[in-house]
Design a protein around this ligand. Sequence first.
Ligand SMILES: [Zn+2]
Length: 234
Amino acid sequence: MIINEVKMTENKVQTSKWKKHEIEENIGHEKYDNDIYQLQVNDFMKIFSNLHPSISLVCVCGNHDVGNIPDEKSIDQYRHNFGHDYFSFWCGGVLFLVLNSQYYTSCSNVKELSEKQDKWLTEKLNTHKGQRIIIFQHVPWFIDNIEDNKYFNIDTNLKQEMLEKMNSAGVSHVFCGHCHRNCNRYYKNLEIVTTNAIGATASEDPSGLRVVKVYENNVIHTYYPLDQLPETVG
Ligand SMILES: [Zn+2]
């Protein structure tokens, strides 16, 4: 259940004395239209309200939050609970772009919203081309090979086009979840990092989380099983 997983995260973060860092979370496990969903949202809010105030929480919209095939209602509900489903923020001279990847996996019921996000993204990438840019999104563009479709189902041509657009704007990393396993691959200079779940995993990697350190000239990310988390990050 999500409450256990969130509680595990909270305990680890609180006991690790982490400060001034963002935590990226994949929010719900139940489908957004399930009765249990709102209870999970309430649990999430309650537990994360206890985070140390110097830790910023960044929510990234996933398929369980708005449905595998989102519609306006599910997007509205997400925005009501968690704020906008795509947005940008600056931290330490790096532009972070948070995307709703459901607009790329299955946008048949939300074409206008999907086009809006894509226009917004294109403008951001054009305006800040060559600056340091990192992207967060739930569904990775690909796991092992760019040709793979599998469950992740982002059209191959679209994948190619989006990866090219991001790479040529100088985006250095795309951090993703969804697959409940760890993987990192490159598309040209763009590193696509997929991180295991903090709950049930789909691989031999134990549950854990990834610590990303952003330095002046590089980014170093390390996956830690929950029982091996460092006491501090800095
Ligand atoms: Zn997912």
